[in-house]
Design a binder for this molecule. Sequence first.
Ligand SMILES: [Zn+2]
Length: 303
Amino acid sequence: MSVDSVSLGSTGLDELVPSRYAVQVGDIEVLVISDGVLPITARTMATNADPTEYGNWLNDMFLPQDVLDWPLNVVVVRSGGRTILVDAGLGVEFPDFPRAGQTVQRLEAAGIDPSAVTDVVLTHLHMDHVGGLLTAGLKERLRPDLRVHVATREAEFWEAPDFSHTDMPAPVPGALRHIASRFLNEYRGQIKTFETEYELAPGVLVTRNGGHTPGHSIVRLASGGDALTFAGDSVFAPGFDNPEWHNGFEHDPEESARVRIELLRELAATGEAMVATHLPFPSVCHVATHGDVFRCVPATWDY
Ligand SMILES: [Zn+2]
């Protein structure tokens, strides 16, 4: 069968690559789903790096120097009868990013109807994490008692967001503001806030760790001696070799670096698995250390 004979249309039901990957964490079922990839200026990934050093790093990683494809992963977690969507991808309102925004059709292709989702956890309110919830017609298909969990600090932050320490391409802050406030408005009745930690289902703990945004949160799964952390935007690809490099989307880059190093050290010590939003799909890995440098060791594909 040639590639041409496979429909790569927008239904996602018969994609050449299904872009989903299942992981079991004790009794907890985890499904990593790729929302697609979006182009990002390479510079945004390491705004404080020495240009030559960063250029060498990009070369070493076989990445282009100008614009990168930035992976975008979401996760579905099933535990204790709850079906939890962690982040929702970019959505489909951005014509410049036609290869992202696939979460809804890939959920359906995985047999997960939007009405089956009992909870959504948002690591933070940047548009590549919340935009999928604003997909036209989706809200009507979600259950009326859906709960959307967001840290209180995150919801408060977006009432008057501070971009003074970020370093993003010019139109981005406006779009981020617009999407976050649209989400807060449209989902007002469903939002359930937590202060620092919330156990949402057996072995599913949402923990605010800040840095990237003041209310940025990670999701920690633990069951039957297994553990996996969804790190959201606490860790990016350059952050293993150079955890002190700033990502332009970080609202507090110094604190983000501190949070990143603390999390990577902890995961290296415990040996638990990690999944992160912007690491290459399916992004299931373990963290190794060598001195002050970290390494992402991909888990073995076992299907
Ligand atoms: Zn992100």
